[in-house]
Design a protein around this ligand. Sequence first.
Ligand SMILES: [Zn+2]
Ligand SMILES: [Zn+2]
Length: 345
Amino acid sequence: MTTVPAYAAPAPKAPLERTTVPRRPVGEHDVLIEIKYAGICHSDIHQVNEDWGRAPFPMVPGHEIAGIVAEVGPGVTRYAVGDRVGVGCFVDSCRECANCLAGLEQHCAKGMSATYPVGSDGQPAYGGYSSHIVVDENYALRIPEGIGLAEAAPLLCAGITLYSPLKHWQAGPGKKVAIVGLGGLGHMGVKIAHALGAEVTVLSQSLRKKEDSLRLGATDHRATSDPATFAELAGSFDLVVSTVSAVLPFDDYLGLLKTDGTLVNVGAPADPISLNLFSLIGGRRSLAGSMIGGIAETQEMLDFCAEHGLGAEIEVIPVEQVNEAFARVLAGDVRYRFVIDTTTF
Ligand SMILES: [Zn+2]
Ligand SMILES: [Zn+2]
């Protein structure tokens, strides 16, 4: 056991402060990663605020981790010291259930072992707002040359959260895709869907970010505050991916789909939703959900993003500014992801 510098919330809803946390010794198949950058995901704020249930404190958030391998265990074969690697939302799984064997470790029957705040052993786990982390080599990802570590960090959550449903529902040439919400998740959705060859429309509350949408690869940007949007775009899309965590008027959004179209939610409203099932029955439409991606698919996403030059649009901050950054995320004041320079510890 060794201790490393970290930024932690000492109690629910409390500002983060400098501390140290334990990291396990480097085991047979472990890699020690010197973290260079950690993205700030909106879910980090939900976790600190216990919006998703009780959690242990002090809490070190961070599941968008990019760094360099600093040490390897004797049994490690995939990585060597100096390799560029990332860690996402989970660091282990049972490795033997049907989902794990199918590369769907995020849906492990025994529960994936989250990067933080609690591992599958029930013990506190500390995330990426820290100088170092120890993970099993099978749950680390290779960050290809050709993409900066800072720009790559948000891909480990935001990137895969959008890549996986876009691939699963076959966004590509000849398909019309709408991305709802242009934030940390949505901006990666626009970039990836465009690179996959789909025609992309952004549905945002206002026209404020229209220029950004077009620059990121969308061909259209519409305001959801304008009822005319839903009338004009009715029946237009093969796939709508919602990245927002507000409860949407789902009947209106389902009406945007073509026959056999799918509305996928990657944002998670805290409250139950209601909808008229005729919105699904008419047009044989589907309402679906999606959560990050498995290890193999996350690697595929990183390789795809590197090949197409798709990093996240980021604002890099020193670790001392993390509380200010949390406030700005809540205010929607970031284009489009804060990334902590963890070398500033
Ligand atoms: Zn996240
Ligand atoms: Zn499993």
